[in-house]
Design a protein around this ligand. Structure first.
Ligand code: TYD
Length: 138
């Protein structure tokens, strides 16, 4: 299977409306197309910061703006697209082999990421040229 930008899409998550406050839930392999092995989040992000700047060899992820907003720029080596995330009931699915950059964080924003595997440095491409070489080989 070749992992390209067109596979990366917003996923509408279930939302239980309630006058006491809304509730959203996410089940692995049900609302996201992978088993959830890890959750991490970015917070206290200073204005003007940029995060990401890497790709993953095999990791599937769902990125959610739990609070505030930010942008995610995805690049499959051929096409590039900017997504604006600002809803906690909407997640951006990112398949493997996609270079990602996160920027434009609003103050107080929280970026939560659900991931298909535990942290493994060997799963990263941190060098864009190396990522591009791997993409064109695939
Ligand atoms: P990194 O993935 O480069 O962050 P970002 O993409 O948000 O800029 O991770 C930053 C540091 O945190 C790096 O040293 C690896 C470490 N880290 C873990 O130890 N476990 C994790 O689950 C993640 C995502 C990062």
């Amino acid at each position: 299977m070749s992992f390209t930008l067109d596979l990366c899409k917003f996923i509408d998550l279930p939302k239980i409306h309630d006058p006491r406050g809304n509730l959203t839930f996410i089940e692995g392999n049900q609302h996201v197309p992978f088993d959830i092995q890890r959750v991490y989040y970015l917070y206290d992000v200073p204005g003007g910061s940029e995060r990401g700047g890497h790709a993953h060899k095999a990791l599937h992820q769902l990125i959610i703006a739990m609070s505030g907003s930010f942008d995610v720029v995805l690049d499959d080596g051929k096409d590039k697209k900017r997504f604006h995330l600002n809803r906690s009931y909407n997640g951006l699915y990112v398949c493997p082999m996609i270079w990602r950059e996160l920027d434009n964080f609003s103050s107080g924003s929280v970026c939560m990421v659900l991931a298909s595997n535990r942290y493994e440095e060997g799963d990263y491409y941190r060098d864009y040229a190396e990522f591009m070489r791997a993409r064109w080989k695939a």
